[in-house]
Write a protein that binds this ligand. Structure first.
Ligand SMILES: Cc1ncc(COP(=O)(O)O)c(C=O)c1O
Length: 385
């Protein structure tokens, strides 16, 4: 657990905190001095050498290895893609939906997950959505939908609109019993606690860099379990997916034996410099420390919101970095908080307050003070004591 002094030192590396109380990592991570320096470093290499592609390709491979280490995978199991959607699309294109047609996913998925698999209906996919019970989707709901017709189970680790964290291991176990593959979308959790992809047991995993990995938009990582890679042939491709992109052979498709086969074109080099710095910062702080700080902040907000009688959408037993409070008028609440320089966001009727290691208990108290001033706009369970 980090001391208050250590947290303040980390916070001082994020210039936005001199002006704002930033609680919107679920949308975009705050910019740190090291990530800014990473982007400057990219510009310097470009200025200095004009077209240092050897260096940039080295950086691309280095970042692949850095992300692999973060999730305890092998570099060969990681593809570098421009967005989570691009990674999901590449995998979706490998399915032929003949022996198994069903795609089973919960209604808490980020919309892109629905869109990618719904677009596969033309290729034979049958998409089945699992309904939530209130703000939860339990493994038993998955159990009812899974069968020998199920090809893949996309599942979001933390829901973007209510913060619910699903039981990935149990869902994966049940899907595997039926012979289905599991695709974890970890965008709302990656960077907030240690990850061991092997113990999660999933077959595919995707996360991007712009949220809790503290970097820029335009870069995501796709993990594919080693023993699956060579059996999957994407129909979305390009020169960076080939065994040797620099063979410049237009007439042959020679897909890389590694997860790079799920890539397509020129990698987003500036974003790689940013991501490398963001991942290094998280590693330096320590993922266990980050997890502990986030838990403390989330629990403190929950306790305070309960005292105020505010309805909390995030199921209390699964709470992660994102705490969502129910509003009658979410836009008005966001505007009131903005008057106090608090940056949060909203989805549907939920006010999203998301924590990272740079946030403090004082941030939470300031949010609670602000909420006290707009209880008329919140959904209440009871009057404050
Ligand atoms: C859980 C989750 N998955 C996927 C995405 C979208 O990723 P991309 O825009 O990189 O495709 C988001 C973005 O907010 C998200 O929260």
């Amino acid at each position: 657990m980090l001391t208050e002094r250590e947290i303040h030192k980390i916070r001082s590396r994020f210039p936005i905190f001199s002006r704002k109380i930033y609680l919107n990592s679920c949308s975009q991570g705050a910019l740190s001095d090291v990530v800014e320096a990473g982007i400057q470093e990219y510009l310097r290499t470009w200025h200095d050498a004009g077209s240092p592609w050897d260096l940039w390709v080295q950086k691309y491979e280095a970042v692949r290895a850095e992300f692999a280490r973060l999730i305890a995978a092998q570099p060969d199991e990681v593809a570098i893609v421009p967005s989570a959607s691009a990674g999901i699309n590449s995998i979706a294109s490998t399915f032929d939906f003949t022996a198994r047609k069903k795609v089973v996913l919960g209604e808490f998925e980020f919309p892109t997950m629905g869109h990618v698999w719904l677009a596969q209906q033309r290729r034979g996919a049958v998409v089945e959505f699992i309904q939530a019970h209130g703000d939860e989707i339990t493994p038993s709901s998955y159990a009812r939908a899974l069968d020998k017709q199920t090809a893949v189970v996309p599942v979001t680790h933390v829901c973007f609109k209510n913060g619910f964290r699903c039981d990935v291991q149990e869902i994966t176990r049940m899907a595997h019993v039926q012979g289905a593959l599991v695709f974890l979308d970890d965008y709302q959790d990656c960077g907030t606690r240690p990850i061991n992809i092997k113990s999660l047991g999933v077959d595919f995993y995707v996360s991007g860099t712009l949220k809790y990995l503290l970097a820029a938009p335009g870069l995501a990582f796709l993990y594919v379990r080693q023993d699956l890679i060579s059996s999957l042939t994407p129909t979305i491709s390009g020169w960076f997916a080939q065994s040797n992109p620099f063979a410049f052979d237009v007439q042959h498709l020679d897909l890389a034996p590694a997860a790079r086969r799920f890539e397509s074109g020129t990698p987003p080099i500036p974003n790689l410099y940013a991501a490398s710095a963001g991942i290094a910062l998280l590693q330096e702080i320590g993922l266990e420390n980050i997890e502990a700080q986030i838990r403390l902040l989330a629990q403190t907000l929950i306790a305070g919101a309960r005292e105020l009688g505010i309805h909390i959408k995030s199921p209390l037993s699964t709470v992660g970095p994102l705490v969502v409070l129910q509003c009658q008028n979410v836009e008005a609440v966001i505007a009131r908080l903005a008057e106090r320089n608090i940056v949060v966001s909203g989805r549907h009727d939920g006010l999203r307050v998301s924590f990272h290691v740079h946030n403090t208990l004082e941030d939470v108290q300031e949010v609670l003070r602000a909420l006290k001033g707009c209880l008329d706009l919140m959904v209440r369970e009871h009057q404050p004591a």
